[in-house]
Design a protein around this ligand. Structure first.
Ligand code: ATP
Length: 408
């Protein structure tokens, strides 16, 4: 099994990510997030929002609709330009994005057709009649919501440029190429910032945001990436300069995040007077999730361990009574579990032996395991075991909260 297959299997086995609609034979490029995956997604989004919105004075949040007036997409150029060149294999009829294949079908070496433009927006209809006038699109990026609300946000919050609007939300794309697990999906979440500035300052803020993005990557402990600047012919229709943060996934070095100078293209397109210029840092939630798992996944002699940063780990700790059939131990362990539970996500396990419980928590990235034994009943100390070093020490139960504050 290669690394990505092992990660997919761990994700399913341990409740991180399940194949979408599995009981109906699935639906390609869709995935559901299980209990631990949902928590990891939440941790990623919470950390991002705190860092880029709550901790800053110059950025405000927004939550705009997924469905908007179709004129938005006409003005933004997406109806016309948001397309990929698609080629089809004449033999096996599989479709590929032209930029991702050479001159022959990668599956059966058949001849490929000439490329056709294929719009990536997912379409639906409002009301009972399915015609042009009721056509709407599920947004392919969160950005336009921030552009069309630009003046409302600026005026209501009394902002002056430079300032930013941030949004976390779903985006939809009718992707035609194979997904590589959650790397390329039909429905995903973006964490985006539109940073508005004067034209003369664009380079300064571009460089600034490049650094901020690198700092974020450091903060969540992702180091295995490279920066790649787009060539002129690769640039999106709205961009004058774009760089990608490419992560070295097991299936190749691919875009994790993007940073684009969108000029005043969008605000102008929507008819705003004196349009500001825009720098856009964009972060994909699913790709962050996948990169974190790729970076954290380790196989050691006798265990699999997810070395997730404590601030990202779905459970911060697990509590075990040494023996499940000793009511006094279980009662004491429950007390400790309950006292921690309201402060942080925490797991309980009383099955099998301690070794198996450690194994099980290591695999889902729980940084600390706390074992309550007979000594705990006497002197209120317990064993705390560190996921990465596997070292154990005894500490006072009432020093636990402090221990976690020290290692947040
Ligand atoms: P790609 O070239 O891989 O198709 P893109 O350049 O079209 O990506 P952007 O339009 O820059 O992507 O989207 C911003 C971010 O949204 C990306 O950096 C990525 O993290 C995320 N993203 C885009 N498309 C998908 C998708 N189909 N599935 C998951 N995440 C995506």
């Amino acid at each position: 099994m290669d690394k990505i297959q092992k990660i997919v299997s761990l994700c399913k086995r341990r409740g991180f990510v399940f194949p979408g609609s599995e009981i109906y034979n699935g639906l390609a490029n869709t995935w559901d997030y299980g209990p631990l995956g949902a928590q990891l997604v939440k941790n990623i989004k919470d950390l991002w929002w705190k860092r880029f919105v709550e901790d800053r004075e110059d950025i405000v949040g927004l939550q705009s609709g997924i469905i908007m007036n179709s004129k938005v997409w006409q003005a933004s150029g997406h109806l016309k330009n948001f397309a990929d060149p698609l080629v089809e294999c004449e033999k096996c009829k599989k479709r590929f994005r032209q930029d991702q294949v050479k001159d022959r079908c990668p599956d059966c070496s058949g001849i490929l057709t000439a490329p056709k433009q294929f719009n990536l927006m997912l379409k639906t209809f409002i009301g009972p009649i399915e015609d042009k006038s009721s056509e709407v699109y599920l947004r392919p990026e969160t950005a336009q919501g921030m552009f069309i609300n630009y003046k409302l946000v600026k005026d209501s919050m009394r902002l002056q440029i430079p300032f930013g609007i941030a949004q976390i939300g779903k985006a939809f794309r009718n992707e035609i190429t194979p997904g590589n697990f959650i790397f390329r999906v039909l429905e995903f979440e973006q964490m985006e910032i539109e940073y508005f500035c004067e034209e003369k300052d664009w380079q300064k803020y571009f460089d600034y945001w490049q650094k901020q993005m690198a700092n974020w990557l450091k903060y969540i402990s992702l180091s295995n990436y490279k920066i790649r600047e787009h060539q002129k012919d690769e640039l999106s229709h709205y961009s004058k300069k774009t760089i990608d943060f490419e992560y070295k996934f097991p299936f190749g070095q691919k875009e994790l995040y993007g940073l684009a100078y969108r000029t005043d293209f969008d605000l102008k397109a929507h008819g705003f007077k004196n349009p500001a210029h825009v720098i856009e840092p964009t972060f994909g939630v699913e790709r962050t999730f996948l990169a974190l798992l790729c970076e954290a996944y380790c196989e050691e002699d006798k265990r699999i361990v997810l070395r997730l940063d404590t601030k990202l780990a779905p459970y911060k700790a697990a509590v075990f009574p040494l023996l499940a059939n000793k009511p006094k131990l279980v009662k004491k362990a429950r007390e400790i579990f309950n006292s921690l539970k309201t402060n942080m996500p925490i797991a309980w396990d009383d099955r099998g032996n301690i070794g198996k419980r450690y194994y099980s928590q290591d695999e889902i990235g729980t940084p600390y395991c706390l074992t309550i034994d007979f000594q705990t009943l006497e002197d209120d100390t317990l064993t705390i075991r560190d996921r990465d070093t596997m070292k154990q020490k005894r500490i006072k139960a009432n020093a636990l909260t402090q221990e976690f504050v020290k290692n947040p």
